[in-house]
Ligand binder design. Structure first.
Ligand code: UD1
Ligand code: MG
Length: 452
């Protein structure tokens, strides 16, 4: 089978400089959803017809298995398909998809392909709508056979009453396309070459025209403006939430969780309201995520608890951790088992050993921290000299007093203690107390100034 995705349209009603098919739904371009559904059918060739947005569309969607056909001018859906003609394998059928109908499911497409069985036939995915306004109507003869598709703008009052509409998705016999597409005329209300006119040509040629009904209305809904985009985003998210619930995840509110990527989970996971998951996230058994957390490309070990307002990106968290509220983990943060990370602690590209704690207000960057280390409030690794980044090493059982600056590269030995306020510029030996601090003095003869 050939699959052609029509994605050349501008999307005027988006009022945006971004081409319509690149607008994100669940964090991925609209057309990317369609490409992913198409791939599930393992087509021989997968072609995207592009035009508006040109190179931007190509580079955003680029993949080894995609072929590209440029439609320089948008003269209609029939003209769009004609641009892909030289790339089609003639012996296979051609399935046409729309780049702006993102939630189409492979299962519905499989049913459509079954309906159009054989190389000769043509099959249209249709849907019955209470309000068919704007769509092409499926016109049937008295025997109930499909006669043609008439576009809304060309339809008679009677035809406008038809509720069975064209979703735009159809399977076509490729061998006939050359002749049929060349025969299309644009003498219609929109002055366009309509792909839908192929249906009448197939009927004329005595070929069977089949239909298959879309399983669910939202699967075939298109995006023409940001209202429709938002509605489909909600539908997509609701589908994700329902799937999570049915797989055993407890959601405080299925309407208030967004998954923009994949979320893998163990048993007895709980997710509070307002959380956003991006990229690939994995939550182990019994993990609890508090309200309003953003987790991107994160793996969290079993039993860890994340309190409200945490922001984790590119981090690995061991089992039994206690994190947040207001913790920030940046790429390369790797936390061992039972680590505690508290409010306003930022960790970047650092490993933290088992049972170590940084409970308040700290910056840890480019550090290797051992087990059972205690990092006091206000501790900062000074990892950057303005040109290069340097490493801080803190060995097992060290105790770092509050408000300490560790000027990297520097090492704190096993079991060492740093006094509060220390600015550490040389290595601190194991087991000893190291402190750098101006001597404290008290002046008993000092008098407070008085108001004149
Ligand atoms: C089309 C169908 C209509 C159907 C409706 C479903 C035709 C003539 N009409 O109408 O029967 O009910 O979709 O949504 O096919 N495109 C191009 N190049 C072009 C024109 C369009 O690539 O020159 C692409 C668009 O980017 C879009 C798709 O084709 O992804 C559909 O185009 P659009 O203009 O939205 O068609 P409709 O008028 O909605
Ligand atoms: Mg449309």
């Amino acid at each position: 089978m050939n699959i052609v995705i029509l994605a050349a349209g501008q999307g005027k009603r988006m009022y945006s400089s971004l081409p319509k098919v690149l607008h994100p739904l669940a964090g991925r371009p609209l057309a990317q959803h369609v490409i992913d559904a198409a791939r599930q059918l393992q087509p021989e060739s997968l072609i995207v017809v592009y035009g508006h947005g040109g190179e931007a569309v190509r580079s955003a969607l680029a993949a080894d298995d995609l072929l590209w056909a440029l439609q320089a001018e948008q003269l209609g859906t029939g003209h769009a398909l004609a641009q892909a003609l030289p790339l089609l394998a003639p012996a296979a059928q051609t399935l046409v998809l729309y780049g702006d109908v993102p939630l189409i499911a492979a299962a519905s497409l499989r049913r459509l392909l079954l309906a159009g069985e054989g190389q000769e036939g043509l099959a249209i995915l249709t849907v019955e709508l209470a309000d068919p306004g704007g769509y092409g109507r499926i016109v049937r003869d008295p025997m109930g056979k499909v006669a043609c598709i008439v576009e809304e703008k060309d339809a008679s009052a009677e035809e406008k009453g038809i509720r069975e509409v064209n979703t735009g998705i159809m399977v076509l016999p490729t061998a006939h396309l050359q002749t049929w597409l060349a025969a299309l005329k644009n003498d219609n209300a929109q002055g366009e070459y309509y792909l839908t006119d192929l249906v009448a040509l197939a009927v004329e040629a005595g070929l069977p025209v089949h239909t298959a009904a879309a399983a669910l209305e939202w699967e075939v809904q298109g995006v023409n403006d940001k209202l429709q985009l938002a509605q489909l985003e909600r539908q997509y998210q609701r589908n994700q939430a329902d799937a999570l619930l049915l797989a055993g995840v407890r959601l405080a509110d299925p309407a208030r969780v967004d998954v923009r990527g994949s979320l893998k989970h163990g048993r007895d996971v709980f997710i509070d309201v307002g959380c956003v998951f991006e990229g690939e996230v994995e939550l182990g058994d019994g993990v609890e995520i508090g309200p309003y957390c953003v987790l991107r490309n994160v793996r969290i070990g079993s039993g860890s608890r994340v309190a409200a307002y945490c922001h984790f990106d590119g981090a690995v968290i061991g089992p039994g951790g206690i994190l947040g509220p207001y913790a920030r983990l940046r790429p390369g943060a790797e936390l061992g088992p039972e680590v505690h990370i508290g409010n306003f602690v930022e960790i970047k590209k650092s490993t933290i050993g088992a049972q170590s704690k940084a409970n308040h207000l700290a910056y840890i960057g480019d550090a290797e921290i051992g087990q059972r280390v205690n990092i006091g409030a206000g501790t900062i690794t000074c990892n950057y000299d303005g040109v290069n980044k340097h490493k801080t090493i803190i060995e097992d059982d060290a105790f770092i007093g509050s408000d300490t600056q560790l000027v990297a590269p520097v090492t704190v030995g096993r079991g060492a203690t740093l006094g509060a306020g220390t600015t550490l510029t040389k290595n601190a030996p194991a087991e000893a107390l190291t402190v750098s601090r101006a001597k404290q003095l008290s002046l008993t003869s000092w008098e407070r100034p008085k108001k004149k």
